[in-house]
Design a protein around this ligand. Structure first.
Ligand SMILES: NC(=O)c1ccc[n+]([C@@H]2O[C@H](COP(=O)([O-])OP(=O)(O)OC[C@H]3O[C@@H](n4cnc5c(N)ncnc54)[C@H](O)[C@@H]3O)[C@@H](O)[C@H]2O)c1
Length: 254
């Protein structure tokens, strides 16, 4: 591989859920700069349009798709729309997610529990199912799931969130074993606190607790997560499969 094509995503087609802002927008920017055609798949279409306008004036290599990842009809329509526009799907980054209720488990309602599970876990399942027929046909694919350090260690007062992220880690490992002989590699990341609008969903006390557990003594930046996704989405990721890669400033050490 020539040095100038290390990590190149030239002409690859990447769907990023939750790309309107935060970590998803940073991943979209990074993959665009690496040459990919990028689908900004988000429930907030207006914010996704605004982000595309900022990142890629003209937007020729970008496509905004309004999608609620909890709705099968919409995830299937998303996959069809992407194939119609770009001809294929090479990369899926399952990034859309919410923090959910930030309170003791005894106070969490059944509706709140279901809501977090639907977006954070079922959404990953539905998006994988929507794109896999294309990837299996091509015998090529890279799927990157954004889990969380909460899914490895558990954060108090974020039990539904922590449980769904543990689910994403194991979905990653199981699916990775299923499809890797067909050229599709599936990996996930476990970020610690990253500075994005999701932090508005939790209390300052919760943020302070989570940040205090990071040995590097600071929160992470969306671009730092995007750099790791870039590798996992590329052809250079050729022997990493079913991995759960930490990006936690040293909070998780194994
Ligand atoms: N920021 C952190 O500290 C942190 C840490 C670990 C893991 N993560 C994970 O990273 C991912 C991105 O988080 P973020 O911090 O950028 O959050 P964010 O709130 O800034 O962005 C989330 C995006 O997802 C979209 N979204 C929400 N529900 C959706 C749905 N049903 N269908 C489609 N899109 C939907 C939102 O519109 C938004 O654009 C999440 O899965 C989150 O759990 C974040």
């Amino acid at each position: 591989m020539p040095a100038d094509s290390f990590y190149s995503l030239q002409d690859k087609v990447a769907i990023i859920t939750g790309a309107a802002r935060g970590i998803g927008a940073a991943i979209a920017e990074r993959l665009l700069r690496a040459g990919a055609r990028v689908v900004f798949a988000d429930i907030d279409e207006r914010e996704a349009q605004r982000t595309v306008a900022e990142l890629e004036a003209g937007g020729k290599r970008s496509l905004v798709v309004a999608v609620d990842v909890t709705q099968r009809v919409q995830t299937e329509a998303m996959a069809r729309q992407v194939v119609e526009r770009f001809g294929t799907i090479d990369i899926l980054v399952n990034n859309a997610g919410i923090a959910g209720p930030n309170k003791p488990l005894v106070e969490v309602s059944e509706e709140e529990w279901d809501g977090v599970c639907d977006i954070n876990l079922k959404g990953v399942f539905l998006c994988c199912q929507a794109v896999l027929p294309v990837m299996l046909k091509n015998r090529y694919g890279r799927i990157v799931n954004i889990a969380s350090i909460a899914g490895k260690e558990g954060n108090p007062n974020l039990t539904p969130y922590s449980a769904t992220k543990a689910g994403v880690i194991c979905l990653t490992k199981a699916l990775a074993k299923e499809v890797c002989t067909q050229g599709i590699y599936v990996n996930c990341l476990t970020p610690a606190v990253i500075e994005t609008p999701i932090l508005k969903q939790v209390t300052q006390q919760q943020i302070d607790y989570m940040t205090s557990r990071i040995p590097m003594g600071r929160v992470g930046k969306p671009a730092e997560v995007a750099a790791l996704v870039h590798f996992l989405a590329s052809d250079d990721c050729s022997f990493t499969n079913g991995a759960c890669v930490d990006i936690s400033g040293g909070r998780a050490t194994y």
